[in-house]
Design a protein around this ligand. Structure first.
Ligand code: FES
Ligand code: FE2
Length: 387
């Protein structure tokens, strides 16, 4: 495939800067007809040390605690009392929708002796600590203390769960752990990644023995479609044919399906991405939202260690509960899961390659420009933190 510099869509005047479906489809047809794909201006060499250094890993966690990061989709907590408890950047958090419908985040640590008051996910009016039974409302307030006479000086008003900054925006719930930290980038506009009407139909967590960035990288390019996904995605997609857009520190990559050919004869005004291509939104730094026919997946990559990542996955759809379309969605996800296993295998291979010390740097070519942009943004943010 001939390299082609295609960056005229960057820095568009509208607030987010992403192309419409119609423009994306037209660009894909252009690439199919000319045997081209979007390319960056230069390759990127990422030092292997940045995947192996404990100091670097700690700095990345500090960054994740300092800035607004996606915790989960809004629709993962649809009702009052719905909560999710999990570690984020090595800190236990609980995020809960209150009776007033507002979402709040707290450090998931009892104000008596620190035990986690919530685990996993569920719906509740009250969090009861499993150690001695102190209880907290969904607004974080300390409600009851068994045998309270044992704490003559306890000021209940000031011993609620410690609040963490939290907001809902564009269908996503964000948290920012470091009090007072300013996020100089968050002003970047986001598109409505998750449209109204979507609901979570599956969620799970999976651990993988690889650095979180290796995991992320596997989602951000189409250069591996033919070889990694030889019998899964390659027969229905295209090898190395993507449209890559940047918005702020984020990326959107369009991966067309061969079914896109069915749009050639249709009026341009009807050109829709649904069923014709997958959009992968990379929301800097550690979140990937992918669109599939009638559904979408939100994946949060939670770094647990230099070589360990937990992937929190939410599957969302706008199909009705009993619809035939829902069956098709679930069937499609089984297919996608096979591709995900293929991705994990190569990611584990890349991790072993780092341990082998074969490469002083990992090189991302012109077709892998979103990855180079990610590493550039991460390096700049870490440098900014140390100023
Ligand atoms: S640690 Fe929670 S009640 Fe004692
Ligand atoms: Fe892949």
């Amino acid at each position: 495939m001939t390299a082609k510099i295609s960056s005229e869509h960057e820095n568009r005047p509208d607030s987010v800067g992403l192309m419409s479906d119609e423009e994306i489809v037209a660009r894909i047809f252009d690439h199919i007809d000319n045997k081209t794909t979007d390319t960056g201006q230069a390759s990127w060499k990422e030092p292997a040390e940045n995947y192996r250094s404990a100091e670097r890993f700690d700095a990345e966690l500090a960054l994740l605690r300092r800035r607004w990061v996606v915790f989960c989709p809004s629709t993962a907590l649809p009702k009052s009392g719905d909560f999710i408890a999990r570690d984020a950047a090595s800190v236990p958090l609980v995020v809960v929708r209150g009776n007033d419908k507002k979402v709040r985040a707290f450090l998931n640590a009892c104000r008596h002796r620190g035990v986690q008051v919530a685990s996993d996910a569920g719906c509740t009016n009250v969090f009861v600590c499993p150690y001695h039974g102190w209880s907290y409302g969904t607004d974080g307030s300390l409600r009851t203390v068994p045998h309270k006479a044992g704490f003559p000086d306890l000021d209940k008003e000031n011993r609620g769960l410690v609040a963490v900054d939290c907001l809902e925006k564009n269908g996503l719930i964000f948290v920012k752990q470091e009090p007072g930290a300013t996020d100089r980038i968050f002003a970047t506009n986001l598109p409505d990644v998750i449209p109204d009407g979507y609901r979570v139909i599956q969620s799970d967590a999976l651990e993988i023995e690889a650095n979180w960035k290796l995991h992320l990288e596997s989602s951000l390019e189409g250069y591996h479609i033919r070889t990694t996904h030889q019998t899964t995605f390659f027969p229905v997609q295209y090898d190395n044919l993507t449209v890559v857009e940047a918005f702020g520190q984020n990326n959107r990559i369009a991966f067309p399906y061969q079914a896109i050919e069915g749009l050639r004869d249709k009026p341009k005004s009807t050109w829709s991405a649904n069923g014709r291509l997958t959009y992968v939104y990379h929301l800097f730094p550690n979140v990937v939202v992918s669109t599939f026919p009638d559904c979408m997946q939100v994946v949060v990559l939670e770094p647990l260690g230099l070589e360990q990542t937990r992937q929190h996955m939410f599957l969302l759809t706008d199909c009705g509960e009993d619809s035939e379309a829902l069956g098709v969605v679930l069937e499609g996800q089984e297919f996608a899961k096979v591709g995900a296993v293929e991705d994990r295998e190569v990611v584990l291979g890349a991790q072993r390659g780092l341990a082998a010390g074969a490469n002083e740097f990992l090189e991302f070519g012109l077709f892998e420009s979103a990855i180079g942009r990610f590493h550039g943004a991460l390096t700049r943010e870490l440098e900014y933190l140390t100023i």
